[in-house]
Write a protein that binds this ligand. Sequence first.
Ligand code: HEC
Length: 255
Amino acid sequence: MLRSIGLALLILSLSTGVVPAQASPPEQLRAEAEETARLLAKLLQAGRLAIEQNQALIDDIHKGEKGFTPEVFERQMFDIFRTRTGIDLSATSGGKQTSVAIPPLARTLLPALIDASTAVVLDAQVVINQRGIGYKNFIPATFGSQAAARFSKQSHVLLKQTALHPRNLKNEPDEYEASVLQWLSGRPNSETYVSELTEAGKTLRVMMPIYYRQECLACHGGPKGEWDISGYPKEGAQEGDLAGAISVKIPLRAE
Ligand code: HEC
């Protein structure tokens, strides 16, 4: 039994061994892009959660300086990301090794998303530190839309938050995203993600679903159509319903 496994591994390594050194085999390219897409989606999620856990502070009507600086935000985002992936991003910025391997493609893209995310929090400082105003429209979703757009503008990878009926029209799904969201909305809430090669294998698309939790329903819950604090009509959603997804689109060959 053990012997046959050893043999299978040997055959596998021999067959990959004949591929020229520069060209990665397609499966390897795909696996690397897929892992990179998952890590980008998880980092955007971690940023959203870091905003969420400071929402009461951000919305404090009596307090001016909140101390929620880009540095504080970054540390919290790193903590959440490390808990969820085992990767310590503060170690990577110092050029140190992390215990979990980061795919080469992600080594430039993750720092680019960190920069985009902290830049959004830096730009929001005036808003965050405003006294006398409670709700400031600086929430996980607005942070996520802005950080994803900023990152996508500077990179060959597209990152966005999307939903079937988005509040922000910039989050409108493309045809592919709409079909996956439709598919996801008919299934039970799960942590799985969808990954597919499109455009004859030239592009990898990965979508990570986001589900409504109790805390989301103040704005997205019922009664449907009633205005929420952010000035949008509520969706009438229930806990566990599909809220949308983080979508990543990665070209597999550098053109
Ligand atoms: C304070 C009200 C509020 C709360 C609470 C809230 N949202 Fe939203 N949500 C919004 C607003 C406003 C937008 C549009 C953001 C923008 O302008 O990009 C939005 C957008 C989104 C989007 C992007 C798609 C779209 O409609 O543009 C997703 C996904 C989403 N919210 C999920 C959630 C989830 C999940 C939670 C709970 C963890 C949550 N929201 C909590 C107000 C809220």
